[in-house]
Design a protein around this ligand. Structure first.
Ligand code: MCA
Ligand code: AMP
Length: 493
């Protein structure tokens, strides 16, 4: 039996989830995920790693569907709730999902596509009657999850993790950060990425803790929940801490004090997914009393490096390798660098993903011959603590904690009528980490940027779209004719 289910059985009477003002126990999760698994199975006895994609709002239903797919032997494919249809279609086509599960509000966007492509569509609340069937035995080396991540190719790749990989990712964090059944956390992150689905939801539910959900990010609602006094663990990306600080600064002195008192009572506050600016860490310490625990991870590996739960949390550093995760720094020839030199972070361990879905060449390319995963991030070790120095590729942008491929945006922009060429880059930004901007070579300099943005948002998630455009006669290029992205960045100074 999957360990997360075994753990839930041990915690059956405890409160697992709080969402939309309701409490749900682990027993309810076990019962309803079993029913959902039976619904998925119909007359089959095992989904045998079929991909089941789902667009379900954060909350009890989300976890019920997630666990139900696992218990029926399927691979979960959580989809982004704000992606426009072309991005959703890409995920469904790439994974060849043959079942799609949606909360009622997402039926409309996927109805026609699933019908045309003969995909079974399950709308929560409108389910067919369930035939009781025995659930299959799931070996932990089976594939469990596909999450999409942008890389140096233009289209996102599906990262496949097995149950073993997930269990390694979860149990390492549970031990390192001392998750326990008295914990009560709040998930404010999207659930189609590791930070939300693994670090917050799966770690808390693995531990018999309570996971509360907010339907969408809201600084005001987060602080209102903090004031209730029952939460004690919080995890977010730097942009969220920045937004919380800004909101806190807008409050009256009395309210600020009340919040500071409430936050001081927390056990743990974690930040990651992008570099945590030292200024944000320092301000947060003043307003919450907490030294944020910064950690480093990636969709392909879960968490790899973390500041300590006990011991010094160094500002500007991501910490030390987590137990069970092997890390080394290498040069361009994949030879280990000497102690004071920066190098690319390579990772090995049970936490490392299985493969990119249906992309054997891409998978092979990202591993060394002796099985180390190449992260593409460059780091330096100082007094035992790792510090991120940058990335190998300028085409990867981190904005709001999301990883975004400049190439994917450029490919779309070039399809727009009147755009002759373009170069997308990320420029430093206090709030978003990096802000996505694009230099454009256009036929007519009177191009309507509002219309361009509207068009682009029908093709890709709004968080991927440029926030500034600069019209140029030509893009900066080197002697080989290649666009020099660092020069493009300088144009926005
Ligand atoms: C949204 N807006 C932006 C961006 N995103 N502006 C500039 N840059 C952006 N990236 C604008 C919108 O266009 C809109 O403006 C306004 O902000 C509000 O948009 P909305 O979508 O409502 O934003 P939000 O809800 O406030 O989102 C901010 C957020 C979100 C909560 C920080 O970006 C978020 O949830 N980020 C977390 C992503 C995450 O979980 N990453 C982890 C990946 P207008 O109205 O003018 O259009 S996993 C990972 O990285 C690894 C494994 C790891 O280490 O964790
Ligand atoms: P993703 O593919 O969305 O999982 O993003 C993973 C990437 O986020 C890593 O390769 C890093 O570039 C970045 N990242 C995650 N955590 C940190 C951190 N604490 N500091 C700097 N970069 C980070």
């Amino acid at each position: 039996m999957l360990s997360i289910i075994e753990n839930a059985i041990r915690n059956a009477d405890k409160r697992a989830i709080v969402a939309n003002g309701k409490n749900y126990t682990y027993q309810q999760l076990l019962d309803e995920s079993e029913n959902f698994a039976q619904l998925l199975l119909k007359d089959q006895n095992d989904l045998n790693e079929s991909r089941v994609a789902f667009m379900v709002n954060p909350g009890f239903d989300y976890v019920k569907v997630q666990w139900g797919i696992w218990r029926a032997g399927g691979i979960i494919v959580p989809m982004c709730l704000t992606h426009p249809l072309p991005s959703l279609e890409y995920v469904l086509e790439d994974t060849q999902a043959n079942i799609v599960v949606v909360s009622p509000e997402y039926e409309e966007i996927l109805f026609a596509y699933t019908k045309e492509n003969n995909i079974r569509l399950i709308v929560l609340g409108k389910e067919e009657t369930i035939q009781p069937v025995a659930l299959p035995q799931i070996e932990s080396n089976r594939k469990a999850m596909i999450l999409f991540t942008s890389g140096t190719t233009n289209k996102p790749k599906g990262v496949v993790t097995t149950h073993d990989n997930l269990e390694a990712q979860i149990s390492t964090l549970v031990d390192a950060w001392e998750w326990n059944s008295n914990d009560h956390t709040i998930c404010v992150l999207p659930l189609h990425h590791v930070h939300g689905i693994v670090n917050v939801v799966s770690c808390s539910l693995w531990s018999g803790a309570t996971c509360e959900f907010l339907p969408a990010f809201s600084a005001e609602e987060i602080f209102n929940l903090f004031l209730k006094g029952s939460l004690n663990v919080f995890m977010a990306v730097p942009t969220i801490y920045y937004k919380l600080i800004t909101y806190w600064e807008s409050l009256s002195e009395d309210k600020q004090k009340e919040l500071t008192t409430a936050m001081t009572a927390f056990r743990l506050m974690v930040c990651g997914s992008a570099a945590l600016p030292v200024s944000v860490m320092e301000k947060w310490k003043i307003i919450s009393g907490h030294t944020l625990l910064e950690r480093y991870g990636m969709t392909e590996i879960g968490m790899a490096i973390s500041n300590p739960y006990h011991g010094e949390r160094k500002a500007g550093y991501i910490g030390k390798p987590l137990p069970g995760v092997c890390v080394k720094l290498v040069n361009e020839n994949y030879e280990e660098v000497s102690a004071d030199e920066p190098g690319e972070i390579l990772v090995k361990g049970k936490n490392v993903f299985n493969e990119y879905w249906n992309k054997p060449e891409a998978t092979a390319k990202e591993f060394t011959a002796d099985g180390w995963f190449k992260t593409g991030d460059v780091a330096l070790v100082e007094e035992g603590y790792y510090r991120i120095m940058g990335r190998n590729s300028v085409d990867i942008i981190k904005s709001g904690g999301y990883k975004i491929s400049a190439l994917e945006i450029e490919e779309e922009l070039r399809k727009y009528n009147g755009i002759l060429d373009c170069a997308v880059v990320g420029i430093p930004n206090d709030e978003w980490g990096e802000l996505i901007v694009s230099a454009l070579v256009v036929e007519d300099k009177n191009i309507n940027v509002e219309e361009l943005n509207k068009w682009l948002r029908e093709k890709m998630a709004s968080y991927k779209t440029p926030r500034k455009y600069l019209l140029v006669d030509e893009l900066p290029r080197n002697a080989m004719g290649k666009v020099t992205k660092n020069d493009v960045k300088k144009l926005f100074n």
